[in-house]
Unconditional design. Sequence first.
Length: 148
Amino acid sequence: MRISQYMHSDLTAFLDAGSRDDVLKQLAHLAYEAGKIKDEIEFFEAILNREKLVSTGIGMGVAIPHAKLHAFDHFFIAIGILKKPLQWQSLDRSPVRIVFMIGGPDDKQTEYLQILSHLTQVIKDEEIRKKLLNFAESRDIIELFETI
């Protein structure tokens, strides 16, 4: 599996957000604008409801919010690089600067778990996280994941 197959430069943004919910809203809008979701509000609410269960801030300055809905045919990953760190109630209590928002069908749990596992393995690499934070262009992010 190549995680880059779920990514596209249209789904990547450098965000200046004031809160976690603002980040989630901006990434949901990005996915809507890219044609990955049909109902921006439904997806945003699903993402927020998932956050209410337990924070998706996994530590190391990274969050992986996600929602699976019946309306999806395929998975996608929207990426937000935050200009300033935000509190996210992360497991390690560290603020978040890198967000990978996953959306996809609710009936493909195995594929979802593979995506999540692969993404988690990749972001454990501190050098990769540093590169992501230093990039200025969306295409650089996509190119990095194409080499992994």
